[in-house]
Ligand binder design. Structure first.
Ligand code: HEM
Length: 482
């Protein structure tokens, strides 16, 4: 920091680490989608397993989910948090060293996942597959992130904490608790361990973590990013600040209890299942409050929807947020879950949330941020438009194919013959009937991937014609927090 005019000092933001996370986001997005497309090909054409165990579906699937969730969305979160927090708190990140340890440490962990998962080294817990040495590394890096973030919060030059910061705080604290508890384990070798939980307790802890990974990794940080970047892109203040605060507190209070909706009709005590169902249904209200707050922020700026690709991506993202948070509570109702569980309906739901909500938010954020970070205009608005339409077509085809396939599977599995016995004893029948829909899903997924590669080209071409920006702000010497 250097002194400028009397009574003020100049704060220069650290956008180098933001640029690094932006590049990592773009690259991991491509890897995650590519591996997903290969996994989808295998479900339609078994030959795509290529006869090797390390490329088989069982190993590619966790590689895909880890690359997409922790590689793509994770890097996008850090990118958005580092960019917006510095601006909202009017200060540089507290420690450049911690920022870079965070960046490189996280990429090394992802590399570790990319090696161990194809080798079949896994804990066998969904979204918590990483072996224990990598888990320890995740905890260490998360602590580095947390220390850097809260230290920055402590030295801020802005009194008020905008709602996005509250969402980031909830993310950092809750993910730490969830990750540590779900990964409590006794190592038996450098690559193997046993969970300290067993039986139904293990299942409950796992889905308390699993559901809240969705809530506090795929949702709360993205909502923080929405509350910062959507008003910026629209050039309007958030529709209702009061609603955003109600959204925040009700969401975090309700989300944490909903995990048992993943364990309906299992050995979990019935009261716990019902509790999970009720809290999931209640979640609908705050989720839609947040969605409407996002959409209504565009009041008076709807004309931008016509020719601003960033707004287009945001609108579809927020709409998919609304759709998944309507579908989620619906799927949590026991009788609906009896039809949807163990079928492709869940896969449809998941991808509405991840490709639609997370993916479109990430792309919107990158299209808005990359030209600013590299002090230039977007390379091509027309390519961005094309990206938007192909991606929207791809995701709709994907989700509709999985809905049709999923509901048919559910109906096949419960169909009874005249004597009251199961009509389709042969499980293969249900798979055979799903084949066409799997191929449609593959077409949808490849369209989404192809559009993403167009976006990747567009963003790299933008970077190539620009130069690093340095952004600073004047703040009073005396802290404005008093
Ligand atoms: C109000 C919000 C939501 C509720 C109540 C909810 C509820 C559910 C339910 C009931 C399931 C199916 C469990 C099963 O039968 O197997 C499920 C699965 C899933 N949901 Fe949601 N959902 C919500 C929002 C979202 C969002 C926004 C995303 C993504 C960003 C998402 C991602 C997932 C994932 C990844 C799974 C699959 C878990 C697995 O691997 O089995 N959900 N959700």
């Amino acid at each position: 920091m250097e002194a400028s005019s009397p009574g003020t000092k100049t704060v220069v933001y650290d956008d180098d680490v933001v640029r690094a996370f932006a590049l990592a986001t773009i690259i991991f997005g491509a890897i995650g989608l590519l591996v997903g497309a290969l996994a989808a090909t295998q479900l339609s054409f078994w030959q795509a397993n290529f006869g090797t165990s390390w490329l088989s579906f069982g190993r590619l699937r966790p590689l895909h989910t880890n690359a997409a969730i922790f590689g793509f969305v994770g890097n996008m979160i850090f990118c958005g948090v580092y960019y917006s927090s510095q601006r909202l708190l009017k200060t540089r990140m507290a420690s450049d060293a911690l920022s870079w340890i965070h960046f490189w440490g996280y990429q090394i962990i992802l590399l570790g996942a990319a090696v161990t998962l194809p080798l079949g080294l896994t804990q066998g817990k969904e979204y918590a597959e990483l072996i224990w040495p990598l888990d320890l590394a995740v905890v260490a890096i998360w602590v580095v992130f947390a220390v850097n973030f809260f230290w920055t919060l402590g030295k801020r030059n802005e009194r008020n904490l905008y709602v996005a910061i509250w969402f980031y705080i909830a993310t950092i604290v809750t993910i730490a608790v969830l990750y540590i508890v779900n990964n409590l384990q006794l190592p038996t070798s450098p690559t193997h361990s046993y969970s300290i939980f067993t039986g139904v307790q293990d299942a409950l802890v796992q889905w308390w973590y699993g559901h809240n990974a969705v809530a506090f990794f795929l949702t709360t940080p993205i909502l923080g990013i929405m509350y910062y970047f959507l008003p910026k892109a629209a050039g309007r203040p958030v529709y209702s600040y009061r609603l955003s605060i109600v959204h925040f507190w009700s969401l975090i209070f309700l989300y944490i209890w909903a995990g048992p909706h993943h364990l309906l009709y299992t050995a979990l005590p019935d009261w716990a299942q019902t509790l999970g169902m009720i809290f999931s249904i209640m979640l609908w209200a705050p989720s839609w409050g947040g969605m409407l707050n996002g959409l209504l922020t565009l009041r008076g700026a709807w004309d931008k929807l016509r020719d601003d690709p960033v707004i287009k991506f945001y609108i579809v993202a927020v709409t998919f947020y609304g759709m998944s948070t309507f579908e989620g509570p619906l799927l949590s109702i026991k009788s609906v879950n009896a039809l949807g569980h163990y079928t492709d309906w869940i896969i449809g739901h998941v991808h509405g949330g991840t490709l639609g909500w997370n993916g479109f938010m990430a792309i919107g954020m990158l299209y808005w941020m990359v030209p600013r970070l590299w002090k230039t205009e977007l390379f091509s608005k027309r390519i961005a438009e094309l990206h938007f339409w192909i991606a929207t077509f791809g995701i709709l085809l994907y989700v509709v194919a999985m809905w049709i396939s999923g509901v048919s599977q559910g109906l096949f599995l419960r169909a009874l013959d005249a004597d009251g016995g199961l009509k389709y004893l042969d499980f293969i029948t249900t798979l055979d009937k799903s084949r066409f829909m799997y191929q449609m899903r593959l077409v949808g997924g490849i369209a989404y991937l192809a559009s993403y590669l167009l976006g990747l080209f567009n963003l790299f071409a933008t970077i190539a014609k620009g130069s690093r920006s340095v952004v600073s702000v004047q703040v009073p010497y005396a802290s404005t927090r008093a």
